[in-house]
Design a protein. Sequence first.
Lengths: 63, 504
Amino acid sequence: MLSIDRFRELLGPDCELNDDEIRELRWQIHSLAELVVDIASDTLSTGTMTQDTTRVDGQAEVN
Amino acid sequence: MRAVVYCRVSTKEQTKNLSLPAQKKACIGFCRDQGWKVDRIFVERGESAKTAERTELKQLLSYCREKRGQVEVVVVYSLDRFARNNFAHYALRSLLAQLGVTLRSVSQPIDESPTGKLMEGVLAAVAQFDNDIRAEKTVVGMKEALGRGRWTFQAPLGYRNTRRADGTPTLEPDPENGPLVRKGFEIYASGLQSKNQVLLRLNEEGLRTRRGKPVAPQTWDRVLKNPIYAGRIQMDAWGIEVEADFEPLIEPAIFQRVQGVLAGGRSGQTRHHRNHPDFPLRRFVRCAACDTPLTGSWSRGREGRRYAYYRCPGCANVSMPKEALETRFLELLDRLQPKPEYLAALKASVLEVWHQRRKEVEEFKEVRQKRGNRVEERKQRLVEAFVYQQAIDPDTYRHEMERIRDEEVVTEVELSENRMDELDVEGVLAFAEHVVLNARRLWSEYDPQRRRHLQKVLFPKGLEFDGESFGTPVTCLFFRNLEAQEGAESQMVSPTGFEPVLPA
């Protein structure tokens, strides 16, 4: 997980979250990142994501 | 003759009533009267009376060892200053005797004569008797205090010992560990994370034992089962169960929910029957009326047709077809949009996870590669033994060769299953940016386990459903809930604002 200092730096000086919220956000983003990497490992290596290109609004995506 | 003096008080209160100076003065006077030179004075302040593990006593023993042959006597004011039970007394006496040191008491006539030894034995036994009585009084006092809801022991994790204005001991939430323990209960109560996952997170966020170390799984297990956190003191051994007279860290309902999750065994993530793949929202959504997690199951109609329903097992306020509830859930996901100001943090986190995984894969591959090399060497030796040296018979050769081939295949399979090196990091980052823009699609397309994982990330406290609609959820800080943020659209990124930049 990113260090708290590095994470704070990424949020920038205008971030108004308090320390507890920053820790919470860091944890949530880390969990999301783990999920994304999990799915990416499965999806991109087999190409399923790039073949399935229908967006929820019904438009086709361009790869 | 050279002597050392040992003074001790058994509680901090006694340090105030000048018994230490009095002891010291009496011991020095005693030595002077005996014509002994006082080499050093050891003063033990306010430590436990019960055991011989005392800082100054240890110093005294090592001093006597160091000055072996020079220090000949240890002087105490009375024997109960030295040890409070027979075992400790004779253990210490024996140790001193090995160093050529004897023990003398200012107020009691002990020496190496038969009478002196008898007196010493009697006095040591009296000291133990006194200690036993004190212990009994303490136990009685503790029981009485506990019966009134007062906690008289060391504070459990998340609390700290304090005193009221009238001086009676009590507990209060520890400002550092308290909020983390509370958070741990809340997360675990959701049933979405295992005990260890919750603990890992809490330790990562700074949960520490009294000694400043991360909390062990066994300790965390005891915490989750201890009703003291919900304001109940329970001491089965003493038959005590009362309401605590201090502020509970968590609501009783949360404690009950945690007990339910514990009773169900492992967390919702791995319990197959609780995580039925057909019902990803099972246990994640709670009934708004009674706070019970919804169940999900198939039922059969009169004509034999099967229907999937989510239901509240607590009050039956919710009974909704699976499709209807999940459609509403998808509508909720449609309202989630990532906050653009946090995208840089997401990308950096994805990179971090990516590099970590890659490192793990590399390490794994290295180990497997070494194992493959060893298998190859064994294979060559086997061939050599069979063909060139004729040291083994054909059956043994065949049997061993089959085992080696099994290992070869397993190793190859394991190596081939690690595909991370086929992916480029830019592709993963683009993918990350793309998928977080569309939580609905992410949820819809993936397997039940990942759906549950995603749900947990998006709505850390789960969801409430009243039979018609979801209550306003606590959303992951990374996302903005469009419904809850009405009027702020101008600051948001369009749902289709980021075109996916997937590798061609």
